[in-house]
Design a protein around this ligand. Structure first.
Ligand code: COA
Length: 323
C-alpha cells in the first residue's frame, strides 16, 4: 500500500470516494478553489491509500489553531475519512489516520480532532485509535406558529434585523462581531479574517441567509443560515452580548416569519438556555459527536476538557467550524 496525495492519483477515483462516502461532488475545480481559499489545507490537499493505480481510501488533514487556558495550540482536523466499499476492514483507514497523525506530529500539532456519528462503524475505529468524545452535537427546534408578530414582546426588545437574504458575505462586519464575542472564550475562536469566504469556497455549510442585528444603530449580532420554504436553519447565531440572543430570535420571527427555526449546534450552555427561554427545544443527546486525541499523549480527556474550560462554558464551537 502506498500513500499518495491528490495530484498523484486519478481525480475521478477521489470523486467517486467522496460521492459514495459523503455524497460530495469533489471535482478538481473544487479542490483548486479550496486550496486557493483555505491556507490551512496542505498543498497535497488530502492523503490517499493506493494499491497500484487503485485508490482505496482518503483522509483529509487541515491544521487550525485553538485557544486553551494555557495559550494557543495547534489542532489538526481530520475530515472526509473514507475507504472504498469492498475494501473495508483491511486496515486502510487505520493506516491513513496513522499517517495523518505522524504528519501532524512533525508539524508540532498537539491535538487531532474530528466529527463523527456514534451510530457509524467509524466511531469504534476512532476510539480504537485513541480518540475520545470532547463534546456532543445538539440541535434545537422552535415552532413559531404561536408567536404573534405584533406582540408587546416583539416590540419592546429594541433589536432590529437589518439585512435579510444576501448573496455575498460581509466578512468584515461579521468577523468583527465574532472577535468581540469570542474575547475570553476558548476553543475555535481564531478564525482567519476571510473565514466566511473560505467556508463559501468549500461549498459546505451552505448559507443563503445572512442577517445582521442592530440596536440603536450599532451592530450587536449576526445570523448565518439557510432559508428553505417555511423554515430557517441557523448555522451560527452570534451576539456580542449573549443577553441579546432571545431578542434576535424574536426579530427573525417578526421579519422573516418562518414556521420553524432549527438551531444546528452550539457548544455553549448559556446559548442553549437563552434559546430555551424563547421556546426552543433542544435534542440531546444526538448521535453526532466531536472527538479529540492528544497526539503527545500527555493529557487525558478530562485534562483536555479542562484545558478548554468545557465545564465553565468557555468552549466555543459552531457547526460552521466543522469540516
Ligand atoms: C469508517 C471507515 C472509514 C473504516 O474504514 P476501514 O478501512 O474499514 O477501517 P480499518 O480496517 O482501518 O479499521 C477497522 C476498525 O474499524 C471498525 N470497523 C470497520 N468496519 C467495521 C464494521 N463493518 N463493523 C464494525 N466495526 C468496523 C472496527 O473498530 C475495526 O477494528 P477491528 O477490526 O479491530 O474490530 C469505512 O467504513 C468507511 O469508509 N465508511 C463510510 C464513510 C464513513 O462513515 N466515514 C467516517 C465519517 S466520520
Amino acid at each position: 500500500m502506498k500513500i499518495l496525495e491528490y495530484d498523484e492519483i486519478e481525480w475521478q477515483q477521489a470523486l467517486e470516494l467522496n460521492l459514495v462516502g459523503f455524497d460530495w461532488y469533489l471535482t478538481p475545480d473544487l479542490v483548486e478553489k479550496i486550496l486557493k481559499a483555505d491556507k490551512r489545507v496542505p498543498e497535497g490537499y488530502a492523503i490517499y491509500a493506493t494499491e497500484g493505480k487503485t485508490v482505496l481510501g482518503q483522509v483529509g488533514i487541515l491544521v487550525d489553531t485553538v485557544q486553551t487556558i494555557s495559550g494557543m495550540e495547534k489542532l489538526g482536523y481530520l475530515w472526509t475519512i473514507v475507504t472504498k466499499p469492498g475494501s473495508t476492514n483491511k486496515g486502510i483507514a487505520t493506516r491513513l489516520i496513522e499517517e495523518a497523525h505522524s504528519r501532524l506530529i512533525s508539524q508540532n500539532v498537539r491535538y487531532s480532532f474530528l466529527g463523527t456519528q456514534k451510530s457509524l462503524v467509524a466511531y469504534n475505529l476512532f476510539k480504537k485509535l485513541g480518540y475520545s468524545d470532547l463534546i456532543d452535537h445538539n440541535m434545537g427546534l422552535k415552532s413559531c406558529s404561536n408567536v404573534p408578530p405584533n406582540s408587546a414582546e416583539h416590540k419592546s426588545t429594541g433589536i432590529r434585523l437589518l439585512r435579510e437574504i444576501r448573496t455575498s458575505f460581509d466578512d468584515e462586519t461579521i468577523m468583527n462581531m465574532f472577535s468581540k464575542y469570542a474575547t475570553g472564550l476558548l476553543g475555535f475562536v481564531h478564525r482567519p479574517q476571510n473565514f466566511l469566504s473560505i467556508r463559501k469556497a468549500w461549498g459546505w455549510m451552505p448559507v443563503n441567509l445572512i442577517c445582521v442585528f442592530q440596536k440603536e444603530n450599532e451592530s450587536v449580532g449576526y445570523l448565518l443560515g439557510t432559508k428553505e420554504d417555511n423554515s430557517i436553519k441557523i448555522r451560527e447565531l452570534i451576539c456580542v452580548n449573549p443577553l441579546d440572543l432571545s431578542a434576535c430570535i424574536l426579530a427573525v420571527e417578526k421579519e422573516l416569519r418562518p414556521r420553524y427555526i432549527i438551531f444546528d449546534f452550539t457548544s455553549r450552555e448559556c446559548v442553549i438556555s437563552k434559546l430555551a427561554n424563547v421556546g426552543f427545544r433542544f435534542i440531546r443527546p444526538t448521535y453526532a459527536t466531536y472527538m479529540i486525541k492528544d497526539l503527545t499523549r500527555e493529557r487525558s480527556i478530562e485534562e483536555i476538557r479542562n484545558s478548554f474550560s468545557v465545564k465553565n462554558d468557555k468552549f466555543q464551537m459552531s457547526i460552521i467550524d466543522y469540516y
